[in-house]
Write a protein that binds this ligand. Structure first.
Ligand code: PMP
Length: 296
């Protein structure tokens, strides 16, 4: 499949308060973000004309920047509005939405208090993150070569670009070894998350998920925990050791892009997408499209 480069497409990108032609939405090579990773972003999905949990994503973008010590010069309402207008301007109804904020080129040194914060929002049509057929059967994962860092080592509560270098390397390693994704441990050796999604396990009808104390507490994660509670399942947030993986019967990932994706394999462990994973997967798909949820 030929790749269509992301800097060579038709359409409009919202940049610092106005729409610019897609190909003109550029930055200079001496941009602080490019050298020092002073960049935060969001990943959102529009379903049937509505961006799911838009407010929460816009709030997280602003919070992520504050954690990196820069301020986004737009309000939550303005970011919400700009996100919707970006989809409308590009004629999108079902889309992936990517807001990003970064320090500009005024200062190119570690300290950059005078740098201007820029914000851009782009959106494009986007099908499933994992192939829908593969998704139902469950994806195959291996252990990631990297661990999530200590919150004293990195700003782990921020959706910061810099935290993704270990995700990209880990995902590439998984791809090369014939897997769909990689599961990361944290700095203490507990199970943490996938390279772009949170992880859940099932044992004896209860759902277990790692405590998000050094990685992103995903918006999808919270949503799926709510759905599981509504369906009457017990959800246990706790530290999970890798040795426990053999005691679980089901496993699934959650994320804006991954939605609810069953997992069939993590290294030597095997899981069968079962009742809980598949009903949460379907329930989530209905919820994001604002259809009536079927009571479990
Ligand atoms: N962890 C990582 C590393 C991610 O990139 C994502 C996707 N944003 C998530 C978890 C899930 O977060 P959300 O449900 O808010 O998309």
């Amino acid at each position: 499949m030929a790749l269509i480069p992301f800097d060579d497409r038709d359409g409009w990108i919202w940049l610092d308060g106005e729409f610019v032609q897609w190909r003109e939405a550029k930055v200079h090579v001496l941009t602080h973000a490019l050298h020092y990773a002073s960049s935060v972003f969001e990943g959102e999905r529009m379903y049937e004309g509505e961006i799911f949990k838009l407010r929460e994503h816009s709030e997280r973008l602003i919070r992520s920047a504050e954690i990196l010590d820069f301020k986004i010069p737009f309000s939550v309402e303005e970011i919400d509005q700009a996100s919707k207008e970006t989809c409308a301007r590009n004629g999108l109804h079902n889309a992936y939405v990517r807001p990003v904020a970064w320090r500009g080129a005024e200062q190119i040194s570690v300290a950059a208090p005078e740098s201007r914060t820029h914000v851009a929002i782009a959106a494009w049509e986007w099908p499933s993150y994992f192939d829908p057929e593969v998704k139902r059967r469950g994806i195959r994962m291996m252990w990631a070569p990297y661990s999530r860092p200590d919150p004293k080592t990195a700003p782990t509560a921020s959706k910061a670009a810099g935290l993704y270098m270990i995700c990209t390397i880990s995902k590439h390693a998984a791809d090369r070894a014939g897997y769909h994704d990689a599961l990361m441990l944290d700095y203490r050796g507990y199970v943490a998350e996938a390279t772009g999604a949170n992880v859940f396990f099932v044992r004896d009808g209860a759902i277990h998920t790692p405590t998000p104390d050094c990685f992103l507490d995903g918006i999808t994660r919270r949503t799926v925990m709510g759905l599981a509670n509504d369906m009457g399942f017990e959800v246990v947030e706790r530290h999970i050791k890798p040795e426990e993986l053999s005691s679980f019967s089901e496993c699934f990932l959650t994320g804006t892009a991954a939605e609810v994706t069953p997992v069939s394999e993590i290294a030597e462990h095997r899981y069968t997408p079962g009742n809980i994973s598949l009903s949460l997967m379907d329930d989530y798909a209905r919820l994001v499209r604002r259809q009536e949820r079927v009571a479990a």
